[in-house]
Ligand binder design. Sequence first.
Ligand code: BGC
Ligand code: BGC
Length: 810
Amino acid sequence: MYQMKYYACRLLRAATLFFSFYLLLNLLVACGGSDSTVAPITDDSNDVDEGFIWPEVRSAVNDDVDIDIAIILDSMTLEEKVGQMVMPEIKSISADEVRDYHLGAILNGGGSWPNRNKNSSVADWVSLADDYYLASIDTTGGRTAVPVLWGTDAVHGHNNVKGATIFPHNIGLGAANNPGLMRQIGEATALEVAVTGIDWVFAPTLAVVRNDRWGRTYEGYSEDPEIVKAYAGEIVAGLQGDGFSGELFNDAHVLATAKHFIGDGGTDDGDDQGNTVVTEQELHDIHAQGYFSALDAGAQTVMASYSSWNGSKLHGDEYLLTTVLKEKMGFDGFVLGDWNGHAQVPDCSNDSCAKSFNAGVDMMMVPDDWQAFIENTLLQVRDGVIPMERVDDAVTRILRVKMRAGAFDANKPSDRTYANNTSLIASAEHKALARQAVRESLVLLKNKNAILPLNPASKVLVAGASADNIARQCGGWTVTWQGSGLSNNDFPQATSILSGIESAVNAAGGTVEYNVPGLFNQTLPPDVAIVVFGEAPYAEYNGDLTNIEYQSGVKSDLELLNRLKAQNIPVVSVFLSGRPLWVNKELNASNAFVAAWLPGSEGAGIADLLFTDVSGAINYDFSGKLSFSWPEQADQQLLNRNDDIYLPLFSYGFGLSYQDVDTLGDDLDETRKEIALGGIVSVPGIIEAENFTAMNGIDVELTSDEGEGENIGFIDAGDWWEYTLDINSAGSYNIEYRLASYSGSAGFNLLLDGVQIASQTVTETGSWQSWVTITGEEILDLPAGEHTLRVNAVGGGFNFNWIKLELTGN
Ligand code: BGC
Ligand code: BGC
């Protein structure tokens, strides 16, 4: 697996005292770090620019409630304050404990339900919400009454609740490119959440997803900030209500969370919870754009990301959480930690993390170890490790949000306007909205000879493992965390893709035969086969891939498509996936190919587009456009709009409609590109970068440099690669390097058979593809014969195209 990233940031050491101090601190912290999963702090620590401008939030939710809060704060004991700053999980906390420990909030994690029962009814949810709420406002013994908030991951509808409307995952919504629809989906989701007595959702996810290997790719709307920014404010306004309509935080609305702040979609290699290596400018231009509109729309909470920024874990990054978000941008709501996210900060553990509070997290998500965590935090405050002003600031923020959201004036959950109104869960209106979202999210990638739309009065074979499998339509974060372990019985509200096809075809007098492996009974072959296949559900790191080839090494679906093709049956492929994948072979084997993403509970939305009406007129045309570039090769996991070199199979924004003539054909290149290992390189001469015989951490990419070919890129400090040289004559050699670097680098050393013979720093050349030839300072004495030349990267952030070795005097 290659260490990859999409923008390297290797900032030159700033010679300021401040920075040296910061670096020293980081190093000390890293040395004492107890968590081995934490990326080591190398000399890549952030050279933060105090002068960098971040836009000020102009929040639509800005009522000044601070006078009222100050009064409450004044009456609170330290125990009551610290309790507000902690969020346990419902499996590990009783209502009595919420009262006794003064907890500020609770959550149900992915696949966690009242009484640990997946089949919990709406009444069960509401009654548990009542228990927690009533305990929190109990004033016995002089306790301060502060209503507890219940938060949940309603990330595509109220997805932990059996029977709720499940909207397409965000990747599909991105393809719909319809901000207005986001507001409606936000409203519908908020209403279903309100029915269950819950106050707050951990959505929207505003990740700008740069590497499609990432297991959370489908949680992002796009690889590009444009759509993310256009959507973020709309979904927040839909969830929370907006002030203009007088609906802000009324009983039909809930609190929203902008997550995961910041750079979650930009990690090296697409590793979940990994390290995002970018400059502050790139953080701002790419990863922050969604936050700008979400916070302007009034999002009151921000969840910190598990990931790091240039080696610094976000949960401990004071510059980003406090200086940037709270001070420069002026965000006055509160920052929530992610699930034990604080434990990944150096020196922290699940049950203790002063550093995270001090960096700016106001409320820590401590699912299980909350009790020890509270005890430790109390000690840390008493010892002055966490300053009292920090505690007061955090609690002020939490109370401010609760007050603005109306929590202090609210009735108990069961007495709220929509509580227990089960007719609103998967109501006809919400189902219609979800079905519309499905229609708008489908992207038509191939339609050879205009085989689509189909005549519904046909003889249709439906095949594929995803055709009648609603869990597969929904993906992760559905009823269970991974979306696994479910059957169609867990979706009483839903329609499968098969049932949608059956309704359309049966109504027109056609016939449907369903057989997963595509074996049909009739003597006459079907007019058409619709094959529904794709990824099985996953969530978070479980979805991380090593390469983006679909069914790498398995290919059972390709076999099915080819078998049908060999029988001259036209094949319409409906592909369910949480990301673009390399499917050249599957495309070649299909007459039409639809990227359907993870459409959710309204599978019937697919048939809406595949078939004409009975009279042969188009029902609905395809309007979905890719919000993620589609790869032409299995190694193009890093493929994004506006890349310097951009060679997708289907560009960002691509999507056929029935008016378009498709010219794709059936001859896409089916060879899967591997990184070729070079042979023996003859010296004197040029060593082309890509001719390495071994490497660690690097990757090759096409170069726009003279002579073209490939360059080595995605270099991090510690990466290396080797060449096998055949040196024709011993002697003194001059050396030249062909290099490019976005922002300069500490460079590399050269070793011959393990002995260092040269070293080179790299100055900024302007861009990743602005190449310069640099003459090395050393004259090298090389022996004749076969030898190993190794390049050890001391810094990252440079690109490498060739080395030239020439005998001196030539
Ligand atoms: C890599 C470079 C690469 C560039 C392409 C950067 O993140 O480090 O090697 O050329 O992305 O955009
Ligand atoms: C995820 C968050 C989620 C939280 C609570 C974490 O694992 O990263 O997105 O909100 O769990 O379920």
